[in-house]
Ligand binder design. Sequence first.
Ligand code: EPZ
Length: 427
Amino acid sequence: MEEFFIIGGNRLQGEVEIDSAKNSLLPLIACCILIEGQVRLEQAVAYSDVKAMCKIIEHLGGKTWWEGGDLVVDCLALTADDVPNELASCVRASIFCLGPILARNGSVKIAYPGGCDIGLRPIDLHLEGARKLGAKVVEKNGYIYASKQKMEGVDIILSFASVGATENLVMLALAAKGTTRIFGAAKEPEIVDLANFINKAGGNVKGAGSDVIVIEGGKKLHGISYKPIPDRIEAGTFLIAGAMCGGEIAVKGAKEEHNRELFAKLSKTACQIRCENDTIILSRKQKLKSFGEIETGVYPAFPTDLQSQMTALACVCEGYSLIIENVFEARNKHICGLKKLGGELISKNGIIIAKGKEKLFGAQVSATDLRGGAALVLAGLVSEGYTTVDNIHYIDRGYYKLEDKFSALGGIVKRVKSEKKEGNCMG
Ligand code: EPZ
C-alpha cells in the first residue's frame, strides 16, 4: 500500500504538460475490439484504468504493448467473448466492451462493471439501447448475456445523456444494418474523440458533440494511428491547484474550449487566466474569494469530475460557496477528509455549503474515489504542516505520476509506503 506525503504552504510555479484523456483512452481501447488489425494510440498514458482495459483485451485474445510512449492494441485474432468478474469489476469502462464484443462476435458474456463508488451507476441505458438495436439481453448471476439476432439501425432516445451509454451504443450501432440515430446523446469532448477515431478507421458517425448522433452501420473498420484529446479533468485539477496555492502555472496541451465553465468560476476567485495557443496560464496574487456557486451537469455544464476539487478550493476561499452535484448521488465522500483538514462544510442530498477558512491543518486522510482523492491532495498542498493521503490507488486510476508533476511545480508531494496496515480497522 502506498500513500502521498504532502507538506503544505508552497506556491506553485512553472509548467505542467497534460496527458491524454483517461476518459477517451478507455472507450478507444474498447473500440479496438471492432478492428481486425493494429491500432496505435499515440502518447497514451499507463493510468491504472488503462492497464485494466489492456488486461481485458488480452483476456479476449488480443495483444497490447507500449512502443515509444504509444499504446498499440492488436485485436486481429480474438478467441473469447467473455469478460469475467475479476476483470470487469476493476473498472467502469469494462462495460464499454459489451457493444464491441457483441458487434464483433455476435455474443457476449460480461460481468457488471466496477468504477469509483460515487453512486449506484446502473447500466440500464446501455442494455435498453442494445435491445432496441435488436440484441437479446439477459442479466443473470451478476453477468450480462447478450446475443445478436438481426441487428437493424433504429432510433434510440436516451432518457439521460449518459456518456458511457452513448459510447457503447455508438460502437454497437456500427454492427447494425442501416442508420441508427441516438437522440439525447452525451456531448462530452470524449464522445467527439470516439467518433473521430471511428471515422478515421473507416466508419461513418455524424453529429457527435450534439445531442443527435447518426451512425451508418455495416462498415468494416481498419487499423489506424490516433492521438487522443488531452485530459480536460487533469488540466482542470491543476488549474484549481494553482488557484488554491497561488503563484503562476502554465498548463500545456490543454484545450481552452474544454474548460470554459471552470474558467468562468475561477475568474471570480481573483485568479487571472489567459490562453496562449495550447497553453492555459493561471496566476493568483490576491486573496482568494469565493466562486459563489457551481452546479454540475452533463457537458457543457460544469463537469462533475471537477466538483470534488472545487469543494477543496471552496474550503480556502473567503466567504461561502454552494456546490450542487446533480450527476452522481454519492459524490460527496471527500467531505470527510476535507473536514479532517479543517474545512468547514455541510453536505446533504448532493448539496454542499462551504465556509472558507484562513487556514487548513495537515492530517491523515483517505482517498475514497479518484477525484475525491485528488481533492484531498489539493487541500494538503495548502494545509499547514504535513498531510498523508492513503488509498492512492484510487488516484492512480486517472492521474499518472501526480506526485512528480506537483513536485515539478514546487509542491511537496512524495509517494511513500503506507503506514496503514491492511485490516487495521476491525469490524
Ligand atoms: C463517465 O462515466 C466517466 N467515466 C466519469 O468519469 C464521468 O464522471 C461520467 O461519465 C459523467 O461525465 C468514463 O468515461 C470511464 P454516465 P459513466 O453514464 O459513463 C446515470 C472520472 O472521475 N446512468 O454519464 O459511468 C448514472 O447513474 C469518472 O473520470 C444511468 O442511470 O457516466 C449517473 O447518475 C467518474 N443509467 C449518470 O447517469 C445508465 O445506464 C451519469 O452517468 C448509465 C448512467
